[in-house]
Design a protein around this ligand. Structure first.
Ligand code: ADP
Ligand code: KDG
Length: 314
């Protein structure tokens, strides 16, 4: 049995490596990203086993994603190749030094065709944790149904469900997403959200109030990811807060997924809530100070490097 099962959409990525509009001949980096595979890679690097369920096209980008995930040690044996449509793609322009613009080519493409039949419910039922995000239910009716198939399979046998809001405004409205998120919060044991995301489901208020309101919907653990302010959690009615680490911000994309990987890793290791938040913050710090959605994620042996007071270790 696997430690963590997750499902969702992963797309290829073409990211400009200089600032300005896309132009002929401009340099770019080819990679890929997806909230759930970012989490799976983070867990794998920390020594846990992770299976990702998703669809990729039968094309060079599909091969790129699958090969890279396999190289990262993520189990891709449940990935389905969709021969009818291509793999989705994200284009990321560094429009100015401070403004990044992402264009998505995903609607109707392989990842969004995820369906209930793709979910091996026996696999989910044998896992230690099921992790889902709020991106998947926004992709299509079948993807939304796949999430519920996995969540129901986990709940039926008491496998803890982890849910990260991950609201994407390009995919659906706050109202639509809010209703879907509310249902998933009620079904989850562990919920991750940003302050603003949380306010899509419960009345806006202080961090403490918002976390408590979310916990009142059911989950035993509610974690609020707060960027450079670190993270706050309510675990079994008790509050915990941990500051972020002081690092240079290079690329904020993927920080939340890194945090989730760290928090889940510490949970699987049986660590206490403060240590879970701490490992989440360390992984988030690695993610934001390296370019790429997941490339900066730490291996277990590297976790302590964030404690070093010297910049160079030799
Ligand atoms: P999301 O990517 O979901 O919006 P956040 O921006 O809250 O998530 O970041 C997730 C975590 O990453 C934070 O809780 C924190 O641990 C870490 N993090 C984010 N931004 C910074 C930063 N500027 N400095 C240090 N750590 C950060
Ligand atoms: O959380 C980071 C992900 O969002 C990113 O890697 C790509 O899944 C993605 C998206 O929808 O933006």
């Amino acid at each position: 049995p696997v430690d963590v099962v997750t499902l969702g959409e992963t797309m290829a990525l073409v990211a400009a490596t200089t600032t300005g509009s896309f132009a002929v001949g401009a340099p770019a980096r080819i990679s890929f990203g997806g909230a759930e595979t970012n989490v799976a890679i983070g867990l794998s690097r920390l020594g846990h086993s992770a299976t990702w369920i998703g669809r990729l096209g039968a094309d060079p980008l599909g091969h790129l994603v699958k090969d890279a995930l396999r190289g990262e040690g993520v189990d891709v044996s449940h990935v389905r190749t969709d021969t009818e449509v291509p793999t989705g793609l994200m284009l990321r322009e560094h429009r100015t030094a401070d403004r990044v613009r992402v264009s998505y080519y995903r609607r109707g493409l392989a990842g969004s065709r995820l369906a209930p039949a793709d979910v091996d419910t026996d696999l989910v039922a044998a896992a230690r944790v099921l992790h889902v995000s709020g991106i998947t239910p926004a992709l299509s009716e079948s993807a939304r149904a796949a999430v519920h198939t996995a969540v129901d399979a986990a709940r039926a046998v008491g496998v803890p469900v982890s849910f990260d809001f991950n609201y994407r405004a390009a995919l659906w409205s706050v109202t639509e997403a809010g209703a879907a998120f509310r249902e998933l919060v009620a079904a989850a044991d562990l919920v991750f959200a940003g302050d603003e995301e949380a306010a899509m489901v419960v009345p806006a208020g202080s961090v403490e109030e918002v976390a408590k309101e979310l916990a009142a919907l059911g989950p035993a653990q509610v974690v609020l990811k707060r960027g450079a302010a670190g993270a706050y959690a309510v675990v079994d009615g008790e509050s915990f807060t941990e500051p972020a680490l002081a690092v240079s911000l290079i690329d904020p994309v993927g920080a939340g997924d890194a945090f989730v990987a760290g928090y889940l890793s510490a949970t699987l290791d049986g660590l206490d809530p403060a240590q879970r938040l701490r490992r989440g913050n360390v992984c988030g710090a690695f993610a934001v100070s390296v370019a790429g959605d997941w490339e900066g994620l730490p291996r277990r042996s590297e976790l302590a490097t964030m404690d070093a007071t010297e910049n160079v270790a030799r």
